[in-house]
Design a protein around this ligand. Structure first.
Ligand code: ADP
Ligand code: MG
Length: 350
């Protein structure tokens, strides 16, 4: 008799325990926000999760990717090693770096070199982020034009060790895809955590949205007004689920000389800042690297050729020109809402 009561008590206890578990599952996710500086830019995170706060781990992850693989200012990163080894033979690299370079070279090829990861020597010459940047001499620009071209990169693998070889006096600069790569790695990391319901992460001008919000409303991705203050919006993209959105603009990093704007996106065919009448390009593509790379490529190519490149990648985009016309590809028209005054939106049909 006593045993029977014990069993009942036990069942009751597990019953409570089980209902406790289901209550746990139905619990609202917590919201975790974090903002920090990494990859040379501001990273802003919002994570909805029933599990642990992973926001600090993501900052560490981004920092590791920068220092281990991407940074071209550091000698110990894979890209740093390739650059130091330029003209001297093969540099062994991690397979992760190979993956990044393969995708990057594909964008270089498809954009016919408008996007050029060997822009490093020219970027260094312009150094628009220096304290007192100046327009370099034409002679120097022409010299550095010889030291670029994506065909100057060779890659291979020997006995399971990947290597990259770069021609003498050239430098790889993955600045145009680094933030997008950051979004890709963050997405991989967050997807492994089944407790995460949704997240929106901005690595500078590259944004990742993942999953959903607890209230099931859509993600609102703000696009900056290229001629407004940092807080002023051009408009908002209304998106569901997983997305990668990158913006390149002439307002990010630039200096003025003799009343003219010199920005950081260079046209590899001239060695000067790209000058196609565009002031901002936003791209929504299959992953972060592609979106980031294509936004830079489109900025250099101009709207017409840029739109053709987007089509090849089945990506969508928003092109803003100096006349304050905003051209939106058909697949994004319904998602985009203009917020800034003085701009006019047009559909961009292919
Ligand atoms: P941001 O770094 O401001 O987000 P982008 O993604 O457009 O902007 O990348 C610009 C950076 O890419 C430059 O700072 C430079 O390092 C590099 N870059 C400049 N011009 C080119 C180009 N034509 N192709 C590839 N990379 C470029
Ligand atoms: Mg880019």
């Amino acid at each position: 008799m006593k045993n029977k009561w014990m069993v009942l008590l036990f069942l009751a206890a597990t019953g409570i325990l089980l209902s406790g578990c289901s209550q746990e599952a139905a619990r609202e996710p917590e919201i975790y926000d974090k903002s920090d500086i990494v990859m040379g830019t501001v990273v802003t995170e919002r994570i909805y999760t029933r599990g642990e706060d992973a926001s600090s781990e993501i900052i560490e992850l981004l920092s590791e990717i920068e220092h281990r693989y991407l940074s071209w200012r550091e000698e110990d990163s894979d890209i740093g090693k390739i650059n130091q080894q330029a003209g001297k033979g093969q540099a062994p690299v991690d397979e992760q770096t190979m993956g990044y370079l393969e995708q990057t070279l594909q964008i270089a090829e498809k954009s016919q070199g408008a996007f050029d990861p060997t822009i490093g020597e020219l970027s260094l010459l312009w150094d628009v982020e220096a304290e007192n940047p100046k327009v370099p001499s034409e002679k120097k620009i022409n010299q550095r034009l010889q030291n670029r071209g994506y065909e100057k990169i060779r890659m291979g693998s020997d006995g399971g060790q990947d290597w990259v070889e770069l021609e003498d006096q050239c430098s790889i600069d993955l600045g145009a895809v680094g933030k997008g790569i950051g979004c890709d790695e963050t997405a991989k990391f967050l997807k492994e955590d089944k407790q995460v319901q949704g997240a929106v992460i901005a690595v500078g001008g590259s944004i990742l949205t993942l999953g959903s919000k607890p209230d099931e409303t859509s993600w609102k991705v703000a696009i900056r007004d290229p001629r407004g203050t940092q807080e002023e919006l051009l408009g908002v993209l209304d998106l569901e689920g997983e997305n990668y959105v990158s913006t390149s603009g002439d307002y990010e990093k630039y200096f003025m000389q003799d009343g003219k704007r010199y920005h950081h996106i260079l046209d590899p065919s001239t060695g000067y800042p790209a000058d196609t009448g565009l002031i901002s390009v936003t791209v929504l593509g299959e992953n972060g690297l592609v979106s980031d790379g294509l936004s830079t490529a489109c900025f250099v190519l101009g709207m017409k050729k840029g739109a053709e490149l987007l089509e090849e990648y089945q990506a969508e985009g928003i092109f803003v020109n100096e006349e304050k016309q905003v051209y939106v590809t058909e697949g994004l028209m319904e998602n985009f809402e203009l917020a800034a005054s003085g701009y006019i939106v047009f559909p961009l049909s292919s």
